[in-house]
Design a protein around this ligand. Sequence first.
Ligand SMILES: Cc1cc2nc3c(=O)[nH]c(=O)nc-3n(C[C@H](O)[C@H](O)[C@H](O)COP(=O)(O)OP(=O)(O)OC[C@H]3O[C@@H](n4cnc5c(N)ncnc54)[C@H](O)[C@@H]3O)c2cc1C
Length: 397
Amino acid sequence: MSEQHVIIAGGGMGGLTAALALLRRGIDVDVYEQAPQLRELGAGLWISPNGTRVLRELGLTEAIDAINLGARDRVVRLWDSGEQWSVYTRQTGSDHNLLMVMRSELHRVLVEAVQAIKPGAIHLDARVAGFTQDEQSVQVQFEDGRVASGTALVGADGLHSKVRAAAFGPSPGRFTNAIAWRGLVPVQRLAPHHREPVASTWLGSTAHVTSYPVRRGEQEYVSFSGQAESSKWTVESWSEQGSIAECLQDFQGWHQDIIDLVENAETLYKWGLFVRDTLPNWSNGRVTLMGDACHPMVPYLGQGVNMAIEDACVLARALAGGSAQDTQAALQRYSGARAERGALTVQRSLGMQYVFHNPKLGNPETAIGYVNENWSPAKMKERYDWLFSYDANTVAI
Ligand SMILES: Cc1cc2nc3c(=O)[nH]c(=O)nc-3n(C[C@H](O)[C@H](O)[C@H](O)COP(=O)(O)OP(=O)(O)OC[C@H]3O[C@@H](n4cnc5c(N)ncnc54)[C@H](O)[C@@H]3O)c2cc1C
């Protein structure tokens, strides 16, 4: 073990991936998670090749293959007629392969992998409140008065990060005039064609829906998230519940497949979609940030978790082989390697809102032309190749 000891605030997907990546490089880690239990949202998640590459390098190939439902195809569909276009590998000629997993399953895989190396690494019921630092170490304060000390602190504490606020000041969100709905539907409540291993994005004039099947053990679900334009939302929380009637209002006139998903969801959640100014530098002395703590993004490119996984890999590489004295410089190298890509992904994700939503999609005479133009193989390459081809395992730091 190196003399370094990294404290990670937050045991979400980013914090756990970072813990695993650091432990595998011989760096001691403790993860402090505010929740009293280890659990994740009931929702699906897609992992794109840029995330998969990191998970495989972390020794998780077998574990993720066991939970992945494996997309055979990715399609875009028209909101009302359901007409569909394949936009995946066979047309683009590039590797756009997606893993489709339950968030809770990937979270479990990460927890087990961390605990296999250091059984006591994850501490629950531990809410980080702030920190102080000096030349040698960082002291982390918890809300219940406890203190932990390490050579570095990583804020992986999500959207409303306490570490970011303490290191860089407040970062108010700006509403993007869109809300998101999400739900999980047991497949036995749906017609058989919903089980096909296809990731579908339904395009409409002021809303879009992404849906795909996932599984937990033997139980399969269809996971969906629908983003709809709205001028009257202010709450930014992923655990706010909504009603079926309210959700249906946002999808009036949509294809029966979408109505079936909404009406059969176990629970419907909705939240406001916000953006924040990106930080040019994520590191401050012995403290740094990763994941949603430093680059929260709207979900239109499906990159929030993938970016957190990339961050984790580059962070571990930057710290590996160094000493406690080198920590500040290593954290600057990490930020230098990541901040620009994080900011670009935030910006391009937001830019997708008006690619998914366009008035031309509301008119059958213009909708098909719009899809052909905006979802052509050339557009797909331009939109996704730079994202998916990135290799966090080898990128220069
Ligand atoms: C429904 C939905 C679907 C999504 N789909 C995708 C997708 O398909 N692909 C994709 O790449 N991204 C997706 N995203 C985005 C993605 O989930 C987030 O970007 C990702 O979870 C960020 O990971 P994180 O570890 O940075 O933060 P989080 O997952 O938010 O984890 C932060 C953790 O820190 C803990 N915490 C918070 N404050 C404190 C504190 N003070 N002290 C200690 N612990 C604290 C929290 O309890 C939490 O466990 C989706 C998001 C949602 C809501």
